[in-house]
Design a protein around this ligand. Sequence first.
Ligand code: SAM
Length: 314
Amino acid sequence: MIEYHKPVMYAECIEALQIKDNAIVIDATLGGGGHTEGILRANPTVKVYAFDQDPDALKFAKKRLEEFEDRVVFIESNFSDLRTQLALHKVNRIDGILFDLGVSSHQLDDAERGFSFSKESPLDMRMDKARDLTASVILNTYKHGDLIRIFRDYGEEKAAKKVASLIVNNRDKINYQTSLDLNNLLNDNMKMNPKFFIKMLSRLYQALRIEVNQEMEVLNAVLLDAVHLLAPQGRIVIESYHSLEDKIVKRFFVNQASTCSCPSSFPVCCCDVVAKLKIITKKPLTATPEELQINSRSRSCKLRIAEKLNTKEK
Ligand SMILES: C[S@@+](CC[C@H](N)C(=O)[O-])C[C@H]1O[C@@H](n2cnc3c(N)ncnc32)[C@H](O)[C@@H]1O
């Protein structure tokens, strides 16, 4: 079997899900199916509903998981449609859900997909090819201020304003279609040490990918639905690779674990908020030194776990 994607913090994720007999577990980000295979092997009675918005990933994983045919259901969809998709499959309670956010190594390596700055490739970056927004559309049409925002917020790029100005000011000469159109413009105009230049490209491409796939928006949209679907003691397990993603997850967990939403100026609590989650990881788990040595992708991974409490929702 060729390596499609090496699952990050594999054992930690399977352990975190605390899979019980006859559990229904969602893998919201199937990818190459590594984590799903681990879940299926962990208990012979577990059933997995596996989502991916990329048909290529589903095709690969279906082949890999052939032997588990009767215990895995593949769903080609954005995980933001979790509730609707599960309702279509008549699933209204789940025992665990795993999110391994971002793109797979295979998607990054496939030049045609345009995720990588190191190969000449179309400025595409869509995980779901049925959508219209591509990196090319962003570079050719977004307003100056919006380009600054995505490079700054999603790329944490200090030169966001300068890069955005270069892109916008050269639109009459350059139709941004391939990675070379962007890379050459920046290389010609930003006199930088090659090492720093590569790092900047990596931040800019990450920012474009996040915007193309609306990654922060869909994460924000799915979390409440996931918690709503979880049965008591069910686990939500999230691996994120970007500080903003991790911040969204952390804030959400803290908010859902809170028993009071009164302003801090109130002398006594007068709200009737009920905590829905217990946070299992006060601090996020990170990869072991052994894993860091063999899987560079694990470097930026933060794993957070929470458990559904046995409280009635209002
Ligand atoms: C990091 S990979 C997952 C790797 C997987 N855990 C494994 O063991 O191979 C992320 C996968 O999730 C998919 N994905 C990312 N965001 C998604 C979303 N909002 N909805 C559905 N699939 C998504 C990507 O297409 C990609 O295949």
